[in-house]
Design a protein around this ligand. Structure first.
Ligand code: TMP
Ligand code: ASP
Length: 237
């Protein structure tokens, strides 16, 4: 399947049309951004790492009953995906408090949450991706009540599957963000990506950060950390 014209360019990926109107090619970029792109950088090979990581995780989720947009990986940094209309929500699930949650509610960094906390953010860069509740979603016509229930249930299932998978790999899944889209038949599919750009992983023994916080906080060795995450995912022991 060949790339045709560029349909959309985001911070981490480009989406191209294909000869099939129901399929797109998603190309993972090496660019890194943080704080609504106020901080910018690039790591050669990061796109390919995220493409591999996301492919492995989407396949794992598919095996466990989560419907996703992934068709197949077609090169180091490209996936063939089903065309969906993205629901403009960033669905975040948190197991351990860090990042914006600690700042917003003054919760001590590293606090293990008594339950997995689900949050919805409006995908709107101009507004700075504000936190929303269900009624805001209804008010803004972002998703129906039924669709919200589906999104939330899917996100919680994804958390259960990934948390246990990563625990076996010696990583704590601290939190993550997922996005969903609707295909031509109205099915809600997990879309976008799941990678160290969109998740936080802490080593279970050392609490070392193995995700984009290394870029956000200027810790360095970003690519080495992403390589470590991929190696652990692929490790069958
Ligand atoms: P936060 O603590 O900054 O709100 O981030 C929560 C999770 O969502 C974390 O795993 C990083 C991810 N995330 C994104 O994927 N994209 C974003 O734009 C933001 C702000 C967070
Ligand atoms: N993805 C967002 C940005 O590019 C924020 C983040 O991940 O920290 O700015």
């Amino acid at each position: 399947m060949k790339k045709k014209e560029l349909l959309y360019e985001g911070k981490g990926k480009r989406l191209f049309k294909t000869a099939d109107e129901n399929l797109l090619i998603s190309e993972f970029k090496d660019d890194l951004t943080a704080f609504n792109a106020q901080k910018k950088g690039s790591e050669k090979g990061k796109g390919a790492l995220n493409c591999k990581i996301s492919t492995e995780l989407f396949k794992l989720l598919e095996k466990n009953g989560i419907k996703t947009h992934l068709v197949e990986t077609i090169s180091d940094n490209e996936q063939l995906v089903k065309k969906v209309d993205i629901i403009p929500l960033e669905v975040v699930v948190r197991n351990i408090a860090t990042g914006s949650l600690t700042k917003r509610l003054n919760i001590k960094d590293g606090t293990v949450l008594p339950f997995s906390l689900l949050e919805l953010y409006f995908k709107d860069d101009d507004l700075g991706d504000p936190l929303l509740n269900d009624e805001h979603c209804t008010l803004l016509n972002i998703a129906s009540k039924d669709e919200l229930e589906v999104l939330k249930n899917e996100a919680k299932k994804i958390n259960t599957i990934l948390k246990s998978f990563f625990k076996d790999k010696g990583l704590n899944l601290v939190d993550f963000k997922v996005e969903f889209g609707k295909d031509k038949d109205g099915n809600i599919l997990l879309s976008d990506e799941i990678s160290p750009d969109s998740c936080r992983f802490w080593d279970i023994n050392t609490n070392e950060k193995l995700d984009k916080d290394r870029f956000r906080e200027g810790i360095g060795n970003v690519k080495v950390a992403y390589e470590e995450v991929l190696a652990r995912i692929l490790d069958n022991n």
